[in-house]
Design a protein around this ligand. Structure first.
Ligand SMILES: [Zn+2]
Ligand SMILES: [Zn+2]
Length: 547
């Protein structure tokens, strides 16, 4: 047992092979910690779902050894799953910086009382059993983001978290390169590096540049009403917009629940400085030249403030030729259509729309290739795993690590559900643990995959109801079955063949004719067989009643 205690083990429950629902388990001996518990947003392949969260079976199995949850920062793909698992985490302390915990507390609503939320400062080190975790300041698109140095008896694991290197950050707090270099010099066994922007050459642009370009828009449109849409979580962007509004004599109306929430939480913990009296409740008698609407919905979200504005459904505001609408964001892959739909609708109303495709009014919060190289060079890990990306991002990041001199045998591209120890002889792979998608549709679904399969079948093939009455004593059909189709049309001929097939199957098949459920199965099989010939797979629902 003593030998086992000396190896550090990492298990991936999300955030690898995908961008979203980050969740990593780190273990050493009897102690276990979790880093981040995020959501992923549903795409076309999961119609109607609210969210996708990690499968945490492995965590539940080992809950007694769980010493704490550590959060790198407050983005949804890092904290969004926690409210769904509040009951599981009841006795587990959850650590993060002030903004991260503030946002989480707001998301948890009344469940916040159940959870043990603990605020740390950048630079703090906490002890979770035998494992120590140091929070290191990094720049990102929101404040309070940290890389983590995780000190275990089996060596140090360095997780970059989401980061960029910004030499002119809005709040003056730079990525703590000095501390990262120190940790690297002391020896890092394993590094997990985020890979989001590995495909982008060079280095990311400073957040400050966005402010300069936004100011040009303010200066050029003094008489018009301005609407700026961005992620509510981008406190630095919000900060710059508020300052510009102040400078150009505009009052700010916050549009969208999450924008109001973010401004409240971020200003409460000092990560947002709101100029006095600048935020007003409604537009009231303000002239266009005195108004700025700061809205959510830069991703085209259907229920967001910007979408409502584009349809004339927000606060009775009629968007028109007096408006300049700025989308200070770029569409997340998969959201393009929704975003361009909103842009089209706003142009149709006569407004001027300025979006990132034409102007530098957005910068990414994730490191580009050269920044990733710098991070690897500072940390100088013995072993490396690229994370926070799809496989192509991870692959490219692995190539960079190779080019920087990390031997191929010391690099692994982890997949979801995989578990590795780092031993004196190198990586040791353990058997996979349960991992994957858990779907949320109002509530956490126990059988989400089955629900999704049904939805896909319904969308593609429709649904067929077969209604029949049977005489259980005689074991026969009463009259002829009825057939109802939804989502496709039924010809008289098909209808006839379905009726005949059901009648014949019930008549000839060998089953327990006193059991009503057996009739249903028999009818379903008969209809399924009929449709299989044409490779059609409608959902078939037999409804059998006793005559
Ligand atoms: Zn992030
Ligand atoms: Zn992220």
């Amino acid at each position: 047992m003593a030998k086992k205690a000396n190896n550090v083990k990492v298990t991936f429950l999300g955030g690898v092979g995908e961008i979203g629902k980050n969740m990593t388990v780190i273990e050493c001996g009897e102690d276990m910690i979790v880093v981040d518990m995020g959501v992923a947003f549903p795409k076309e392949d999961s119609p109607g779902m609210d969210a996708i969260i990690p499968d945490i079976t492995y965590l539940k199995q080992n809950i007694k050894r769980l010493r704490g949850v550590v959060l790198t920062h407050g983005h949804e793909d890092h904290i969004g799953a926690i409210p769904y698992y509040a009951d599981v985490l009841k006795k587990t302390p959850i650590y993060g910086t002030a903004l991260t915990i503030g946002l989480l507390r707001r998301k948890l609503e009344k469940d916040a009382k159940k959870c043990e939320l603990k605020v740390v400062a950048e630079g703090d080190t906490i002890a979770l059993g035998s494992i120590k975790v140091e929070f290191i300041k990094v720049c990102h698109s929101m404040a309070g983001a940290c890389a983590l140095a995780i000190y275990t008896a089996g060596g140090t694991v360095f997780m970059t978290g989401d980061f960029k290197i910004d030499n002119t950050p809005i709040d003056g707090k730079k990525t703590d390169i000095g501390r990262i270099a120190e940790i690297g010099a002391k020896g890092v066994t394993l590094m997990l590096g985020e890979s989001t922007n590995v495909e982008r050459r060079g280095s990311s642009t400073s957040e400050k540049v966005v402010g300069q370009n936004l100011e040009a828009i303010f200066a050029a449109n003094r008489r018009k009403r301005l609407v700026v849409a961005c992620f509510a979580s981008s406190n630095y962007r919000v900060q710059q917009v508020l300052e510009l509004a102040h400078k150009y004599g505009r009052k700010v109306v916050l549009a969208g629940k999450s924008m109001k929430g973010m401004v409240e939480v971020a200003s409460a913990c000092g990560e947002l400085k709101v100029p006095k009296g600048i935020i007003v409740e409604g537009i009231g008698k303000l002239k266009p030249s005195e108004t700025l609407i700061l809205a959510t919905g830069s991703q085209g979200e259907p229920l967001s403030a910007l979408n409502k504005l584009s349809k004339g459904e927000f606060n009775k505001i009629n968007v028109g030729a007096d408006d300049v609408i700025v989308l200070s964001s770029s569409p997340i892959p998969g959201n393009e259509k929704a975003v361009y739909d909103v842009i089209n609708a706003l142009f149709r109303k006569g407004a001027e729309v300025i979006y990132d495709a034409m102007n530098d009014i957005h910068v990414s919060g994730h490191a580009y290739e050269e920044e990733l190289k710098l991070m690897l060079t500072l940390v100088r890990p013995e072993y490396f795993m690229p994370v926070h990306g799809e496989f192509r991002h991870q692959h490219k990041h692995a190539m960079i690590a190779r080019a920087l001199g990390i031997p191929a045998k010391n690099i692994v591209i982890p997949n979801i559900g995989e578990s590795y120890s780092v031993t004196a002889k190198g990586f040791r792979k353990h058997s996979n643990v349960p991992a994957g998608n858990t779907y949320v549709d109002g509530v956490v679904l126990e059988d989400g995959d089955a629900v999704l399969n049904d939805r896909r079948s319904l969308a593609e093939y429709g649904m067929l109801l077969v209604l029949a009455a049977v005489d259980l004593e005689r074991g026969t059909l009463e009259g002829e079955p009825d057939v109802v189709a939804r989502g496709f049309s039924l010809t008289d001929e098909t209808q006839r063949s379905i009726k005949n097939a059901v009648a014949e199957a019930i008549h000839t098949a060998d089953f327990d004719k006193t059991d009503i459920d057996e009739y249903a199965k028999c009818a379903k099989r008969a209809v399924r067989k009929l449709f299989l010939r044409d490779r059609q797979f409608p959902i078939i629902i037999p409804v059998i009643v006793e005559a």
